[in-house]
Design a protein around this ligand. Structure first.
Ligand SMILES: [Fe+2]
Length: 294
């Protein structure tokens, strides 16, 4: 079933994470690019680590972009006791979640919970000759972490998705990974830096040039000092407040070895061009051309 037919450009992003300032900066960028809310898609986790959960929820509703439910929306909609992020029990991430999740859960209005409960879990989109499946974590498991180095997991998920491109979130770092004729596109998150040693946050763009598909990742600077100060003012400062400034995550628990090694290394913005060389049903004949910028 197709949920949306969109004429690119389309802006995609993950995890606002209660970071009101970052979300405002992204909305501003969408405006600068002339991309309306109807062409902006969030892969979920509107609420998580930062200081303004209810305000960020209201801001994204006010913007009116598409949002699917992340594990955080599912848990907050049910006023559940934990975030169900998939952190290992006893890990640093798990310990931190015991701080930020109750903070957020105590601040959500009934209206915001109702809005979260009504969010779709996935979207299927068509743009030009291309099909896209929007998911939060994995196709069936909403809190599955999928990182660029996990080729086997990506291959499985792409097979399950049944689309040319999967747009995914949850993992928190941007990457574009091709397997066969299909592409896993994680545009990164807008609410937390990408553990690359810079405070910038990330979003993605989908474009078409003729029948070619252009997928790209972009960094966005914003008032990260203000976001960190808001955490301190709220009495909710923890390792993530420091992360907003340093660009380094408080824990690498969830990362596979390759991503751990990349910690603190400045990420490049990437553009991947995917060409249709034959019928869409013959994905192996698609050609991928890539360029990168700092
Ligand atoms: Fe998530």
């Amino acid at each position: 079933m197709i949920d949306l037919v969109l004429d690119p450009p389309v802006l995609v992003f993950g995890g606002p994470y209660s970071n009101l300032r970052a979300l405002a900066a992204l909305r501003q960028r969408a405006g600068e690019l002339g991309i309306p809310a109807s062409h902006c898609i969030c892969t979920g986790d509107v609420v998580a680590y930062c200081a303004e959960p209810e305000e960020t929820t209201q801001a994204i509703r006010d913007w009116g972009c598409h949002v699917i439910a992340g594990n955080c929306e599912e848990q907050l909609a049910a006023a559940a006791e934990d975030c169900a992020c998939g952190f290992e029990a006893g890990s640093e991430c798990d310990a931190l979640a015991k701080g930020w999740y109750p903070f957020a859960n105590a601040r959500m209005s009934p209206e915001s919970r109702a809005w979260m409960a009504a969010l779709p879990r996935t979207l299927t989109i068509v743009a030009g000759d291309w099909t896209f499946r929007v998911v939060h974590g994995g196709v069936d498991v909403n809190n599955r972490f999928v990182f660029a180095s996990q080729r086997q997991a990506i291959a499985e998920e792409l097979e399950r998705a049944g689309a040319d491109v999967v747009i995914a979130g949850h993992a928190g770092v941007p990457f574009i990974e091709r397997i066969g004729g299909r592409v896993w596109f994680n545009p990164g998150v807008i609410g937390m830096p990408a553990n690359d040693g810079t405070p910038d946050v990330w979003y993605g763009l989908i474009g078409l040039e003729g029948s070619d598909l252009l997928l790209s990742t972009h960094r966005r600077a914003y008032d990260h000092h203000g976001a960190a100060a808001a955490m301190r003012r709220s009495g909710h400062a923890n390792g993530y407040a420091r992360t907003l400034v340093t660009g380094l995550w408080p824990s690498l628990d969830v990362f596979p070895p390759a991503e751990r090694c990349a910690a603190g290394r400045r990420l490049r913005q990437r553009t991947v061009r995917v060409s249709l060389r034959a019928r869409i049903s013959v994905p192996a004949n698609r050609a991928i051309i890539e360029s990168s910028t700092e």
